[in-house]
Design a protein around this ligand. Sequence first.
Ligand code: BTN
Length: 261
Amino acid sequence: MKREWIRNKLKGQLWTQRLLYEELDSTNLEAKRYIEEHPDENGVVITSEVQTQGRGRRGRTWVSPAGNGIWMSMILHPKMSLEKAPMLTLVAGMAVRHALAACFQLDSQIKWPNDIIVNDKKICGILTEMRGDGVIVGIGINVGTESFDEELKKIATSVAMETGVSEPDREALLIAVLEAFETYYMTFLETEDLSGLMEEYNRHCINIGRTVRVIEVNREYTAVAEGIQKDGELIVVTTDGEQKQVSSGEVTIRGVMGYAR
Ligand code: BTN
């Protein structure tokens, strides 16, 4: 990535530190180390060209090859209860969706809580973690990848594969994500919830009006998703007509017609 260009071009007030690495184990792990040394620093962005131990949700590996993705973590210290931190995952999803549309006219949707989907395949994943009173929002976007291995290609896609553009502009996308995040984050901070954002989120949420499989620790059930409420929980109606609130930390939602739908 063009480091100086990113350092100079990024607008806004939030991003005070931009740390651009060639190689890291994981930008989220680096963010944790950074917080240990700089416990109060807000608005830090860490990116790496390649991650040797990219991490996904639920202990999975996140494939992060050199030079064709955005692998980044943002460090924030919102002055609020950290119970609200999972909502930042939804804020980040909205920022990525917005940036993909702005940079590449790419129409994507959000699979609640935080996968970004194009044509029923995942183009971006988000992993939010806590360290001290810091929140780390890790974002992985497949940008220039031209092909995936047998297993991944059923569920993963990239900007290059969806637009036909080879080597899409990663710097422009990174800047667009960070600027969009700042805008949505400011709205979030006003109320410390998603009341100012949920209408837009719901408009772009792929699950709404569709049947989902809700997978809890001890049981599973089928329901129709109605939309998120202001705390980020997903409202679903079960086949018995019972309305339930599903919280993102506790369950997995699976589409019943393919990966996302
Ligand atoms: C998921 O969908 O499972 C979440 C994937 C999150 C991947 C990103 S890439 C940048 C940051 N560093 C990591 O190790 N993981 C996140």
